[in-house]
Write a protein that binds this ligand. Structure first.
Ligand SMILES: NC(=O)c1ccc[n+]([C@@H]2O[C@H](COP(=O)([O-])OP(=O)(O)OC[C@H]3O[C@@H](n4cnc5c(N)ncnc54)[C@H](OP(=O)(O)O)[C@@H]3O)[C@@H](O)[C@H]2O)c1
Length: 284
């Protein structure tokens, strides 16, 4: 596939940065170049030569979206912005890759398949669910749902390494269960879907391996980093007890990966990628 016909939108975020590394010859637009909430700018963008638009732009402040202003901003970017891109995709015969989240589900099912009905608990989740529906309005779409994303930028793994290095024994949520997704692995899955020209539709994408809690992930980080500190499990309710106004989180982020893997890709175990990631962070 000709990289130069790919446009990465939201190119300077965590995922956008990984996409740019994978596709150095792709076009890359940050919010200054292309604000996806601006319908006129999206419609009048020079789409000539573009065949695929990968939307890595999003309002990702989950708790911020619970505020009056944040709710509006989340819906503008995550729902209206996607509708604007979907319209352009239809007008210019583009393939739209829309990145979504497990927060479109309430996390009550043991395993989340692509066909589970949407059931968001939070304003962020609702805005992303609306974005999925908007993306489906154009025929050539991949909706790639992901969870617990780790790449460049501030993230859970870096925070835990930093706490560990300061000698702080953390209390970490032990009742949210899921799997990490490394941005490289998400990018590999997106590239795979595009290159094998998989059937359009929704795909759940995370690393493979067993599902664990955030506290378990912290213990794995500490083991790799040689940090000998105790990690105490606390419940989600305990963690958010002194944080009024926080968004409700799904307790399970456990994707069924069989639809994705049936297209001919095997997702790396998160523990393998975590080891590589932590070791790189330690020598930074
Ligand atoms: N992080 C996670 O744990 C997680 C989990 C599941 C799914 N996801 C999904 O994965 C995707 C990528 O997330 P991420 O962690 O890479 O996000 P991120 O680091 O917060 O980056 C989001 C990017 O979107 C850009 N953006 C915001 N508003 C925009 C607009 N109106 N027009 C154009 N660009 C705009 C931002 O640019 P500015 O800074 O210039 O505004 C930023 O570069 C998102 O769809 C997110 O919902 C993330």
């Amino acid at each position: 596939m000709d990289e130069s016909s790919i446009l990465i939108v939201g190119a300077n975020g965590q995922l956008g940065t990984a996409l740019q590394k994978k596709y150095p010859n792709a076009r890359a637009a940050d919010s200054g170049t292309l604000d996806i909430t601006d319908a006129d700018s999206v419609a009048s963008y020079n789409w000539s030569g573009v065949t695929v638009v990968i939307n890595a732009a999003a309002y990702t402040n989950v708790d911020g979206a619970e505020t009056e202003e944040g709710r509006v901003a989340a819906w503008r970017v995550n729902a209206q912005g996607v509708a604007n891109l979907a319209k352009a995709a239809t007008a210019h015969n583009l393939t739209l890759v829309q990145v979504s989240t497990e927060y479109v589900f309430d996390g009550t099912n043991e395993l989340q398949s692509e066909s589970e009905p949407l059931s968001p608990l939070s304003a962020y989740g609702a805005s992303k669910a609306a974005g999925e529906i908007a993306a489906q309005s154009t025929q050539k779409h991949y909706i790639v749902r992901t969870s617990w994303l780790i790449g460049d930028g501030k993230n859970f793994v870096k925070t835990m390494i930093s706490l560990g290095q300061k000698g702080i024994s953390p209390s970490v949520v032990g009742d949210q269960i899921g799997r990490l997704t490394f941005t490289n692995e998400l990018v590999r899955a997106i590239e795979h879907l595009l290159s094998v020209q998989s059937t359009y539709g929704v795909y759940n994408v995370s690393n493979g391996g067993k599902t664990v809690s955030w506290a378990d992930v912290t213990r794995a980080i500490f083991t790799i980093a040689g940090i000998e500190l105790k990690v105490t499990d606390i419940s989600t309710d305990q963690y958010f007890a002194d944080k009024p106004g926080s968004a409700r989180r799904p307790l399970r982020s456990t994707f069924d990966l069989s639809k994705l893997e049936a297209t001919g890709i095997v997702m790396n175990d998160w523990q393998t990628d975590l080891e590589t990631y932590v070791k790189k962070e330690l020598i930074r």
